[in-house]
Design a protein around this ligand. Structure first.
Ligand SMILES: [Zn+2]
Length: 112
Protein backbone atom coordinates (compact mmCIF):
# COMPACT_ATOMS: atom_id res chain seq x y z
CA UNK A 1 0.00 0.00 0.00
CA UNK A 2 1.30 3.40 -1.04
CA UNK A 3 0.99 6.25 1.41
CA UNK A 4 1.32 9.88 0.58
CA UNK A 5 4.26 11.66 2.03
CA UNK A 6 3.34 14.24 4.72
CA UNK A 7 4.32 17.22 2.50
CA UNK A 8 1.63 16.37 -0.05
CA UNK A 9 -1.10 16.21 2.59
CA UNK A 10 -3.89 18.64 1.98
CA UNK A 11 -3.61 21.61 4.29
CA UNK A 12 -5.36 24.53 2.50
CA UNK A 13 -8.20 25.26 0.10
CA UNK A 14 -7.92 23.81 -3.35
CA UNK A 15 -8.11 25.98 -6.44
CA UNK A 16 -11.60 24.65 -7.22
CA UNK A 17 -12.81 25.54 -3.74
CA UNK A 18 -11.45 29.06 -4.05
CA UNK A 19 -13.07 29.47 -7.48
CA UNK A 20 -16.40 28.29 -6.05
CA UNK A 21 -16.20 30.79 -3.19
CA UNK A 22 -15.25 33.66 -5.51
CA UNK A 23 -18.07 32.75 -7.89
CA UNK A 24 -20.64 32.66 -5.06
CA UNK A 25 -19.42 36.03 -3.73
CA UNK A 26 -19.64 37.49 -7.24
CA UNK A 27 -23.23 36.30 -7.66
CA UNK A 28 -24.18 37.72 -4.25
CA UNK A 29 -22.56 41.07 -5.08
CA UNK A 30 -24.36 41.18 -8.42
CA UNK A 31 -27.66 40.70 -6.60
CA UNK A 32 -27.09 43.04 -3.65
CA UNK A 33 -25.10 46.00 -4.97
CA UNK A 34 -27.73 47.26 -7.50
CA UNK A 35 -30.35 47.18 -4.76
CA UNK A 36 -28.36 49.56 -2.56
CA UNK A 37 -27.40 51.91 -5.37
CA UNK A 38 -31.05 52.11 -6.44
CA UNK A 39 -32.10 53.05 -2.94
CA UNK A 40 -29.45 55.77 -2.72
CA UNK A 41 -30.69 57.24 -6.00
CA UNK A 42 -34.31 57.19 -4.79
CA UNK A 43 -33.24 58.85 -1.52
CA UNK A 44 -31.49 61.67 -3.41
CA UNK A 45 -34.58 62.20 -5.57
CA UNK A 46 -36.78 62.35 -2.46
CA UNK A 47 -34.40 64.85 -0.86
CA UNK A 48 -34.66 67.02 -3.99
CA UNK A 49 -38.46 66.90 -3.74
CA UNK A 50 -38.27 67.98 -0.10
CA UNK A 51 -35.86 70.81 -0.99
CA UNK A 52 -38.21 72.02 -3.73
CA UNK A 53 -41.13 72.01 -1.30
CA UNK A 54 -39.20 73.90 1.36
CA UNK A 55 -37.95 76.49 -1.12
CA UNK A 56 -41.44 77.07 -2.52
CA UNK A 57 -42.94 77.47 0.97
CA UNK A 58 -40.24 79.95 1.99
CA UNK A 59 -40.74 81.86 -1.28
CA UNK A 60 -44.46 82.10 -0.55
CA UNK A 61 -43.65 83.44 2.92
CA UNK A 62 -41.26 85.97 1.35
CA UNK A 63 -43.97 86.97 -1.12
CA UNK A 64 -46.47 87.56 1.70
CA UNK A 65 -43.97 89.59 3.69
CA UNK A 66 -42.48 91.64 0.84
CA UNK A 67 -45.17 91.68 -1.84
CA UNK A 68 -42.90 90.30 -4.58
CA UNK A 69 -41.19 87.03 -5.37
CA UNK A 70 -37.52 86.67 -4.52
CA UNK A 71 -34.89 86.81 -7.26
CA UNK A 72 -35.03 83.95 -9.75
CA UNK A 73 -31.61 82.70 -8.60
CA UNK A 74 -32.76 83.04 -4.96
CA UNK A 75 -29.79 85.27 -4.13
CA UNK A 76 -31.80 87.59 -1.88
CA UNK A 77 -33.85 85.03 0.03
CA UNK A 78 -30.88 82.68 0.24
CA UNK A 79 -28.83 85.33 2.01
CA UNK A 80 -31.54 85.97 4.61
CA UNK A 81 -31.10 83.62 7.60
CA UNK A 82 -34.73 84.17 8.61
CA UNK A 83 -35.75 82.14 5.58
CA UNK A 84 -32.80 79.80 5.11
CA UNK A 85 -30.63 79.63 8.26
CA UNK A 86 -28.48 76.89 6.70
CA UNK A 87 -28.38 78.44 3.21
CA UNK A 88 -30.29 77.08 0.24
CA UNK A 89 -29.17 73.54 -0.46
CA UNK A 90 -27.97 72.38 -3.86
CA UNK A 91 -29.83 69.58 -5.58
CA UNK A 92 -28.66 66.24 -4.15
CA UNK A 93 -29.23 64.53 -7.52
CA UNK A 94 -27.24 66.74 -9.91
CA UNK A 95 -25.69 69.36 -7.57
CA UNK A 96 -27.27 72.25 -9.47
CA UNK A 97 -28.64 75.36 -7.79
CA UNK A 98 -32.38 75.83 -7.48
CA UNK A 99 -34.09 78.66 -9.35
CA UNK A 100 -37.70 79.79 -9.35
CA UNK A 101 -40.15 81.06 -11.92
CA UNK A 102 -40.90 84.61 -10.73
CA UNK A 103 -44.43 84.51 -12.17
CA UNK A 104 -45.48 81.50 -10.11
CA UNK A 105 -42.97 81.21 -7.27
CA UNK A 106 -42.35 77.56 -8.20
CA UNK A 107 -38.98 75.89 -8.51
CA UNK A 108 -37.96 75.43 -12.15
CA UNK A 109 -36.99 71.96 -13.34
CA UNK A 110 -35.77 69.22 -10.99
CA UNK A 111 -38.32 66.68 -12.16
CA UNK A 112 -35.77 63.86 -11.88
ZN1 LIG B 1 -33.02 68.25 -8.12
Amino acid sequence: MIRRPPAARRSAFSLMEMLAVVTILGVLAALIVPRFTGQAKAARKNACDVNRGNIEVQCQLWYRNKGAWPAAALSDIGADPKYFPDRIPACPVDSTAYTIDRSTGRVVGHSH
